[in-house]
Design a binder for this molecule. Structure first.
Ligand code: SF4
Ligand code: SF4
Length: 449
C-alpha cells in the first residue's frame, strides 16, 4: 500500500476502503475557495444519498438546509450556512467507517470526516475558534489547574460545586446538566509511581511483547484514576509488567476536534520521544481511553504519513482489551475468575468501533463464567466536548437517547463503556442512580482482585 494511506477495513463492507492521508501541509488545504468547492461537491453527493440521516446532527442540518431552500437544491443554500454542518460534526468517523459507499477507492472519493476536519482547520487558522473552545481543548492545562490540591478538594463539596457549575456555564458555556468530572490531585500517575510494580519476565505472544507502558491519558490521570489502577491490577495478574511512560502530554484529540492541527503536531512532538523510549526498552503501549489509542493508531499516522517513528508507535499501541484478547489467543490470559457478573449492557464507543479490532471487550468479558454481555453499537452523544457545550447539550442527549433506552430496557446488573465519558453521558440520561462501571473495573472485580 502506498505511503500515507491506511487500509481501514470498513465495517459492513466487502471491500476495504483506502483512507488517504489528510494532506494538511499541502498549500491548497487551507485555501478557503478550494474548501468551499469541495464542500459543495461532497454535500451534493450526500444530498443524493442521505444514508447518514440518523448518525449525528451534521447530516440532518445539511438536509434541512437543502429541503427548506427555495428550490430544494444545494445551490440555493447560503454558503455561510455550511458552517452549521461543520460545527455539528464531532469527527466520530462513523459515516466514513459504517455507511458511506463512496469512500476511496470509489472515484467520488468522499471522506466526510476529513472534509469536516479541513473546514475546522480553515476556521481555526482564520481565527474563528471561540476562546471557550480553546480552553476546553487544553486538557493538560485544565488538569493542572483543577488538580491543584486546594481546588480539587474544594470541588468535592456539593455547594461549592454548584457555584462552580454556574461559573462554568457563564464563563465557558458548559451546560449546567452536562456531566463534568471531578479533578483529582492524587493522579493516576502519582498513585502508580508510588506503588511497587512487580516486574515479571515478559512472554511475547500473538504480536504482543508481554510488558506494557501505560499512557495514562488526561482523563484517567486526573479524573478517574481508578480505571488505570484497575488496568494495572488486571495486567499484572496476567503476568504483564506495567510501567509508566516517563512523561506524557495530551494525545491531541481535543485539539484535532477543534481543527488546531499545529497544536496536534506540537503535542505529537512532545509525546513521541517518550513513547519511543519505552518501545526501545521492549514495551508495548496501552491507554485506557479509546480516543487516545485512536490518535496514535490512526489520526496521527494520517496527518504524518512519512513519519517512521510514529509508524513504530502505531505498530506497538493497543487498546487494553485488544491486548488481553491477543494474550488469550496465545494461551497467556488467566481465566481464574472468582465472581460471576450477571448481565452487562455494554456500550461500544465510536472511537473504539472505528479502530476495527472487533468487540474485544465483549469477547474478554464473556470469558467470565455466569456473565452475559449485550453490546450496544450506537453513539452515546458525548463526543469529546460536544455533549457538554450549552448549545449542543440537548442534541447530544437526543443522539444518545437510544443507548440510554437500551440500557434501561436491558435490566442489566451493570452497564459499561470503554469510554468513561460516554459512560457518564449515559448515566446523565438514566432515571436511576446507577453509575457506569468501566470494563477494566468489571474484569478486576471478576478476578476478585
Ligand atoms: S464524522 Fe461523525 S459527527 Fe462527523 S459527520 Fe460523520 S457521523 Fe457525523
Ligand atoms: S457521507 Fe456518504 S453515506 Fe453519508 S450521506 Fe454522504 S455520501 Fe451518503
Amino acid at each position: 500500500m502506498p505511503e500515507g494511506q491506511i487500509n481501514s477495513g470498513r465495517e459492513g463492507s466487502l471491500e476495504a476502503p483506502t483512507r488517504h492521508a489528510l494532506g494538511w501541509q499541502e498549500p491548497q488545504f487551507y485555501d478557503a475557495g478550494a474548501l468551499e468547492k469541495e464542500l459543495e461537491r461532497v454535500f451534493d453527493i450526500c444530498h443524493g444519498c442521505r444514508r447518514c440521516f440518523n448518525l449525528c446532527n451534521s447530516f440532518p442540518t445539511l438536509f434541512d438546509l437543502i429541503d427548506e431552500s427555495k428550490n430544494g437544491e444545494l445551490g440555493d443554500v447560503d454558503k455561510k450556512a455550511y458552517w452549521q454542518v461543520v460545527d455539528n460534526c464531532y469527527l466520530c468517523d462513523m459515516c466514513y467507517m459504517t455507511k458511506c459507499p463512496y469512500v476511496p477507492p470509489h472515484p467520488w472519493n468522499v471522506d466526510f470526516p476529513h472534509l469536516m476536519l479541513r473546514a475546522k482547520a480553515v476556521k481555526h487558522r482564520g481565527g474563528g475558534t471561540r476562546w471557550r473552545d480553546k480552553v476546553l481543548s487544553s486538557t493538560d492545562l485544565i488538569g493542572k489547574i483543577a488538580g491543584i490540591p486546594v481546588i480539587a478538594e474544594v470541588d468535592t463539596r456539593a455547594v461549592v460545586r454548584s457555584v462552580g457549575r454556574k461559573v462554568l456555564d457563564t464563563v465557558l458555556g458548559v451546560h449546567p446538566q452536562a456531566p463534568v468530572p471531578l479533578y483529582r490531585s492524587n493522579t493516576l500517575r502519582k498513585q502508580l509511581a508510588a506503588q511497587r510494580r512487580p516486574a515479571a519476565a515478559a512472554q511475547p505472544a500473538e504480536g504482543t511483547r508481554g510488558k506494557v507502558a501505560l499512557f495514562a491519558t488526561c482523563y484517567a490521570n486526573r479524573n478517574e484514576p481508578q480505571i488505570g489502577l484497575d488496568l494495572a491490577r488486571v495486567f499484572e495478574h496476567n503476568g504483564i509488567e506495567v510501567a509508566l511512560v516517563e512523561q506524557e502530554n495530551c494525545c491531541g484529540m481535543p485539539k484535532l476536534e477543534l481543527g488546531d492541527l499545529q497544536g496536534v503536531a506540537d503535542l505529537k512532538d512532545k509525546n513521541l520521544p517518550h513513547l519511543l523510549a519505552m518501545i526501545e526498552r521492549g514495551y508495548d503501549i496501552v491507554a485506557p481511553i479509546p480516543s487516545c489509542v485512536l490518535m496514535f493508531k490512526q489520526e496521527l499516522p494520517l496527518m504524518f504519513p512519512g513519519d517512521a517513528d510514529l509508524a513504530k508507535v502505531r505498530e506497538h499501541t493497543f487498546d487494553p482489551f485488544e491486548y488481553l484478547a491477543l494474550r488469550h489467543k496465545g494461551g497467556l490470559m488467566r481465566t481464574d475468575f472468582t465472581r460471576p457478573l450477571g448481565k452487562i449492557a455494554y456500550h461500544v464507543a465510536c472511537h473504539l468501533r472505528v479502530q476495527n479490532i472487533g468487540l474485544k471487550t465483549r469477547d474478554v468479558l464473556q470469558l467470565i463464567p455466569g456473565t452475559t454481555v449485550e453490546p450496544i453499537e450506537r453513539c452515546s452523544g458525548h463526543n469529546g466536548t460536544y455533549g457538554v457545550k450549552r448549545e449542543f447539550r440537548d442534541m447530544s442527549m437526543k443522539i444518545g437517547k437510544p443507548v440510554v433506552q437500551r440500557v434501561q430496557a436491558s435490566g442489566a446488573d451493570y452497564y459499561a463503556s470503554d469510554c468513561p465519558m460516554a459512560g457518564r453521558q449515559i448515566e446523565s440520561g438514566l432515571q436511576n442512580e446507577m453509575p457506569p462501571t468501566h470494563p477494566l473495573t468489571l474484569l478486576r472485580m471478576a478476578y476478585g482482585l
